[in-house]
Design a protein around this ligand. Structure first.
Ligand SMILES: Cc1cc2nc3c(=O)[nH]c(=O)nc-3n(C[C@H](O)[C@H](O)[C@H](O)COP(=O)(O)O)c2cc1C
Length: 185
């Protein structure tokens, strides 16, 4: 078992996945751990949808790449260059490569639902890393179509798509030094 600090050091955003299978019990365990996170008024306003069906992943990828094309058409050159530098394009192969897409919705009738869901997503990411798996917080600009595709009530707002699987190995991450991100009083 890895130490907590190693999980934090090694967790990276992964955009290419192997097609090695992942046992469903592991996925369930990761989501169960993610849902140990605190939430506003303990409302636990998250809904984790687990998608492994190949056809459904294809439909989701097509819908997301359409949204990405529209998004790229309206962003400025500087933003495009920033994406280019990170190798991010309108193509989202991870949406069909990863054995699972975990789509997380937040219940907008609960207080602090966005903050609560994202806290849970942070726990999900570290729980996934602890199992030797990789993920990515993929947040296309418009995800409304996911409610229709998955038949989810409109008060649940899509927050993020998390591909989950065995991913490419990545190098050292870039983070600002402690002095730059803190002030001591
Ligand atoms: C709230 C949030 C939204 C993000 N959205 C996307 C996204 O839509 N597409 C993507 O490829 N990466 C996305 N990322 C990943 C970041 O680009 C990534 O965390 C950052 O570049 C640092 O890289 P690292 O996680 O590998 O250290 C997102 C990250 C966060 C926290």
């Amino acid at each position: 078992m890895k130490e907590f600090k190693d999980l934090c050091h090694e967790a990276r955003s992964v955009r290419r996945f192997e097609d090695s299978p992942v046992a469903p019990e592991i996925v369930n365990e990761i989501i169960t751990l993610a849902c140990e996170a605190p939430s506003g008024l303990n409302k636990q306003p998250w809904l984790y949808c687990i998608v492994s069906d190949h056809d459904l992943k294809n439909v989701i990828r097509t819908a997301c790449e359409k949204v990405e094309t529209e998004f790229y058409n309206k962003i400025n050159q500087k933003r495009k260059e920033a994406f280019q530098k990170m190798n991010i394009t309108i193509k989202k192969p991870f949406l069909t490569e990863a054995p699972y897409l975990i789509i997380v919705f937040g219940d907008n009738t609960a207080p602090y639902y966005v903050e609560s869901v994202w806290l849970s997503v942070g726990w999900f990411m570290l729980a996934a890393k602890d199992k030797g798996l990789s993920t990515l917080t993929y947040t296309p600009e418009n995800m409304e179509c996911l409610n229709k595709l998955l038949n989810i009530d409109d008060n649940f707002i899509p927050q993020v798509i998390l591909p989950l699987g065995y991913g490419e190995k990545k190098g050292k991450k870039v983070r600002k030094p402690f002095d730059e991100i803190s002030k001591i009083f």
